[in-house]
Write a protein that binds this ligand. Structure first.
Ligand SMILES: Cc1cc2nc3c(=O)[nH]c(=O)nc-3n(C[C@H](O)[C@H](O)[C@H](O)COP(=O)(O)OP(=O)(O)OC[C@H]3O[C@@H](n4cnc5c(N)ncnc54)[C@H](O)[C@@H]3O)c2cc1C
Length: 387
């Protein structure tokens, strides 16, 4: 049976699904509310783990997969330090074939690659859908519409498709706020930034109830060092940079300088929200993927990877089975690993900003122990199994 799949949302998950379906000969169109491919896209890089890499490898045609591998950097490691920048543990990323490896990629470049060759329509803000004569009609704010057999809501955390399809599915505030900034990497800033901040992403575990994440992003030009400070109940109504600089005043002077020298225009705040598990629902030819169904805190860096995992599974199922059967199987598996990822991300977020002094002392001791005993470290940080 030949079907038309309409994907609402041209983010990481929706575009990966569309590429996979197109490769398999399924008619697919993407409908994105942004006016242009680079509209609103933040410059932050994405860490792609083996789940994401495998999905991109399986869904992209070979020439686009090669372009991804050539433009993405290999992630080499991850470190934990205290607020005096004393190393606690370093996690080395094992070497692996590109489709099982960790990569670091610019969001803009990834979107360019994922859009290549697709039937993608921009400036199409989805508003509603209706079932007509056994098919689905999706409507957009500009008055246009599309007829399809399967409608996939891949429209992100504030999904309009989810709001209509599963109105009881909720997202809640965690009470945690992250303030993020980008310090440009120039000859001047490189001269004083310590090597450890430039080599690998770092998680700073301070004595206080807060956390900071640092990630160097070296692009074709000079790049930047991204930092994100997070705390529970942070008052983001004042001058963000000054507030963070005060909060980290007794940390290592290079961390304080990092915040102080970041241009104010490069500092933004994100309230951290998370979805809550949804009870199984009766499958239909409307479905959801990625943040549209299981949005999570960014503290584990697995939201996009889980969206890519959804895309790979849903694509395979739609190619091999009848739509309803394909979606039923996809949804039952996606709910399990998707909401497990939501739970793990929330746990990481709470741990990141924890005010429990004893817990922090234990966590730091565990990290030092793992650093001292490599087999234990390998066992504690096993790579995710990709099916
Ligand atoms: C700072 C930060 C860092 C992160 N780092 C990582 C990381 O390193 N690794 C990782 O795995 N995850 C990371 N994440 C999470 C990741 O960004 C998301 O989980 C991922 O983008 C979700 O992909 P998606 O395709 O489901 O949705 P999105 O990428 O959000 O795409 C949804 C698309 O739908 C469009 N849309 C929305 N509404 C409509 C509408 N009504 N009509 C039409 N189109 C619509 C949007 O414009 C958007 O293009 C990070 C998140 C943040 C905030």
């Amino acid at each position: 049976m030949s079907i038309h799949v309409a994907v609402i949302g041209g983010g990481v998950g929706g575009l990966c699904l569309a590429q996979g379906l197109k490769q398999a000969g399924v008619e697919v169109s993407v409908h994105e509310r942004d006016r242009t491919p680079t509209d609103r896209l933040q410059g932050y890089r994405l860490h792609i783990d083996p789940h994401g890499s495998q999905a991109l490898h399986d869904c992209l045609p070979p020439h686009l997969w090669r372009r991804f591998v050539e433009t993405a950097g290999f992630a080499s490691g991850f470190g934990f330090v205290d607020d005096r920048l004393t190393p606690l543990m370093t996690l080395d990323v094992p070497e692996a074939a590109p489709e099982r490896a960790h990569h670091s990629v610019s969001r803009v470049t990834l979107r360019e690659i994922l859009l290549d060759g697709l039937d993608a329509h921009f400036d199409r803000k989805f508003t509603r859908y209706e079932h007509v004569d056994g098919r689905i009609t999706a409507h957009f704010a500009d008055g246009s519409s599309v007829r399809c057999d399967v409608l996939v809501g891949a429209d992100g955390a504030n999904s309009a498709v989810r709001a209509r399809y599963l109105p009881h599915a909720k997202r809640v505030d965690t009470g945690i706020t992250a303030i993020a900034g980008k310090l440009p990497l120039t000859p001047e800033t490189r001269a004083w930034l310590p090597r450890q901040m430039l080599d690998n992403p770092l998680s700073v575990i301070p004595r206080r109830p807060a956390g900071m994440f640092l990630a160097p992003h070296v692009l074709s030009g000079e790049g930047y060092l991204m930092w994100a400070y997070a705390a529970d109940g942070f008052d983001a109504s004042g001058d963000l940079k000054t507030e963070v600089a005060q909060a980290v005043a007794d940390w290592h002077p290079d961390l304080v300088r990092l915040v102080r020298e970041t241009p104010a225009v490069e500092v933004a705040h994100w309230p951290i929200r998370t979805s809550t598990p949804v009870e199984p629902w009766r499958p239909t030819t409307v479905t959801l993927l990625g943040d549209a169904i299981h949005s999570m805190t960014p503290m584990r860096g697995i939201g996009a990877n889980t969206a890519l995992r959804d895309a790979r599974l849903l694509c395979r199922n739609l190619v091999e089975r009848e739509p309803l059967d394909a979606i039923a199987d996809y949804e039952s598996r996606m709910r399990e690993y998707g909401f497990a990822a939501v739970k793990a991300s929330l746990r990481s977020a709470r741990q990141f900003v924890s005010g429990n002094r004893a817990g922090k002392v234990v966590f730091k001791s565990v990290l030092r122990l793992l650093e001292a005993v490599p087999p234990l470290k390998r066992a504690a940080f096993r790579e995710p199994a990709v099916d």
